[in-house]
Design a protein. Sequence first.
Length: 207
Amino acid sequence: MIRILLADDHTITREGTRRLLEAEADFAIAGEAADGDETIRLAEQLRPDVLVLDVSMPGRDGIAVARELRVRCPETKIVVLTGHGDNPRYARALLRLGVHGYLAKTVAARELVAAIRSVAAGGRCLQSEIVGLVKAAAEVRASDLPTARELEVLRLVAAGLRNRDIAQRLGTSERTVQFHLGNLFTKFRATSRTELVLHARQRGWLI
């Protein structure tokens, strides 16, 4: 059984999607959210297999939600279902955050169902039109993406903390923090902490 969390601020869209997915014998709707903060709270509480996520929501948008859940619920697969399918900025930011599916709300019902099954099984599913739109972003290698721990270090660097303070905050050693920073400098091709934070913000990994 694939447990699904739906996140969309439009009630009629959310209800329609729920009815569609509930018709599948191997799907179970674990919960529904109408804004970004509620999505994060329910994802942490319910630990769904798949989150079907809208981009434009009150409070934290889909990009902020995806960024947060990479750290808090890395096991939850994210399928973006958006009305902004023709916006390459949204698509690039979300693909760089490692979402597993990206579909426009104009897709056929069978495509959404197939996408959820695919990502639940460990695959990726990008609508063909979006692949052409953001080909460069879709080709980002997983090894180039920061890990959940590296994202935690990155946030604390952006907050101005020193290595010693970061280690204390994360309950680890200063040597481990230096190791994570070394990986981040390599992935971002940065030569300073300021440049590291700048590149991370440009790529959508920091607000």
